[in-house]
Design a binder for this molecule. Structure first.
Ligand code: NOJ
Length: 515
């Protein structure tokens, strides 16, 4: 683990398009993030992750980078971003940028150069076959668009050609090995992008599709892992406090490859969806067994089993990041009401690792049914403008409503920060209280000391962090656990509980922290 500051980090993820618009053009900007830093700090967050804010044709919301070293004009200038680093640091807030190392935009100058018929410096920067009718078997590819004879490989959407980090076991003449000078040049180019932003004051990177670099990698990811270990060696030597957080739904593997942390994402095998998103996609009949639903199946073990395996494998080596949501998922308020959200957040924010709060989840912003914007598809509904107050465009922008990046929530009772500030029962205050608790109690911040005390279906779930005993009952009826908590003091509660000899009982939909 490199970045020591991660130990106490609580992240706030910002989709820059939709956070705060200071110049009235209908889209969020860097200056808007600067203006809201005190608000972010007031939540208890001390770190930011910004989704890509670089020059792009925005066919995938900026994950199609055209210039890695230039802030997209719609968000402001490079100087604005440098100022954000400085203003954030003054307030004790770290800033992670989003690094997209697996692909660029099809409009990136490297790709334009690589499309030329004559060979040049960038011919092998992307993965091309040797002939216009030669397919890249086993990979997604595009042909017929370039003067060069060959098809090129995609990493995600059609607009995102794959950068070439080589093949683990090349089996075709066009597949270069990972130590080929062209593959090494790709890696060095990405290191230079990182150096550029770190030199200007950023604190590290959330890394997009971190496992996607070397093609036909083995299950241990030894090809891609070697790239990241090399990157980590560079960071250790030149930027020892820089953090690397992987979008790689396999924390043990990502951390063994040099990452400080990895997200626990929606893939069913991580256990995470069973907590809050065990619906529709998993059960096409519409049932929702999410643990945090009042009517859920009450079985935390579906999460714990896979989670604990990952936790044990990464303890003292790196962190697992649990998220409220992100720009790729449906917002949690889609299927959880306010009380259910409070309990879900109580759990997420008292677990080990480095938690992430997605902008707007602190007020329970709602998922909107909207047509796709910038390659968002269903994800668009979780990317709408932040709801600050009851004013024009809910305080997001002074611009004309027609000009907004996406429409604001039209509901008359759309939650806003201002309204929740005035309501002591609001979710916003619970988020603040939970994050304050995490910050005040070192037992909650450290990565170690998670002990499962009692986890049985339909009973109260009890876990220990250091000397603290935490108990949770998301169901609509009281629930107990055979646990000795007599004489312990309640230091935080949602709802309530009662300790008798050898038995802890929680009221319906409750959470308690005992010391
Ligand atoms: C993962 C990002 O989170 C997602 O938004 C994007 O579309 C893909 N990677 C491709 O970069």
């Amino acid at each position: 683990m490199a970045a020591s500051w991660l130990a106490g980090a609580i992240f706030y993820e910002i989709y820059p398009q939709s956070f705060y618009d200071t110049n009235g053009d209908g889209i969020g900007d860097i200056n808007g993030i600067i203006e809201k830093l005190d608000y972010i700090r007031s939540l208890g967050c001390n770190a930011l992750w910004l989704n890509p804010c670089f020059d792009s044709p925005f066919k995938d919301a900026g994950y199609d980078v055209r210039d890695y070293k230039l802030v997209a004009p719609r968000y402001g200038t490079n100087n604005d971003l440098y100022r954000l680093f400085g203003e954030a640091h003054k307030r004790g807030v770290r800033v992670l940028l989003d690094l997209v190392p697996g692909h660029t935009s099809e409009e990136h100058p490297w790709f334009r150069e690589s499309q030329r018929a004559e060979r040049g410096e960038y011919s092998d920067r992307y993965i091309w076959t040797d002939f216009c009718f030669e397919r890249a078997t086993g990979l997604n590819f595009v042909g017929g668009e370039s003067e060069r004879s060959g098809v090129y490989v995609l990493n995600f959407f059609k607009c995102q050609p794959a950068l070439n980090y080589g093949f683990l076991h090349p089996s075709e003449p066009w597949q270069i090995p990972t130590d080929h000078p062209a593959a090494v040049a790709t890696r060095e180019a990405m290191k230079n992008v990182m150096r550029f932003w770190l030199d200007h004051g950023c604190d590290g990177f959330r890394v997009d599709m971190a496992e996607s670099l070397v093609k036909f990698d083995d299950p241990e990811r030894s090809g891609t892992g070697a790239v990241w270990r090399d990157v980590r060696a560079m960071l250790d030597a030149e930027y020892p406090e820089a953090a690397l957080i992987a979008e790689w739904s396999n924390a043990p593997l990502a951390i063994s490859c040099g990452f400080d942390a990895a997200f626990c994402l929606n893939d069913p095998w991580t256990g995470y969806p069973s907590l809050m998103r065990d619906y529709k996609l998993v059960h096409p009949d519409g049932t929702d067994n999410s643990y945090f639903r009042r009517e859920g199946d009450g079985d935390i073990r579906r999460f714990l089993k896979p989670y604990l395996e990952q936790y044990e494998a990464t303890k003292h080596k790196g962190y697992i990041s649990l998220i409220t949501c992100n720009h790729d998922t449906v917002r949690p308020s889609w299927n959880l009401d306010t009380r259910e959200l409070k309990l879900a957040y109580a759990f997420l924010f008292t677990m080990p690792g480095v938690p992430f709060l997605y902008y707007g989840d602190e007020i329970g912003m709602r998922y909107q049914e909207l047509p796709s914007k910038e390659g968002g598809y269903f994800r668009t509904g979780s990317r709408t403008p932040m709801q600050w107050d009851g004013g024009r465009n809910l305080g997001f922008s002074g611009g004309c409503p027609d000009s907004l990046y996406l429409p604001v929530d039209p509901a008359p009772d759309a939650p806003t920060v201002a309204a929740q500030e005035a309501d002591p029962e609001a979710l916003l205050h619970t988020v603040r209280a939970l994050l304050a608790l995490r910050t005040e109690r070192p037992e909650l911040r450290e990565n170690a000391n998670l002990e499962i005390v009692h986890a049985e279906k339909g009973e109260a779930f009890v876990y220990r962090r250091g000397g603290l005993l935490l108990a949770l009952n998301p169901s609509g009826a009281p629930a107990s656990a055979p646990v000795h908590a007599e004489g312990m003091k309640t230091i935080y509660a949602i709802g309530g509980g009662r300790a008798e000899t050898g038995k802890l009982t929680l009221e319906a939909q409750s959470f308690v922290v005992l010391a």
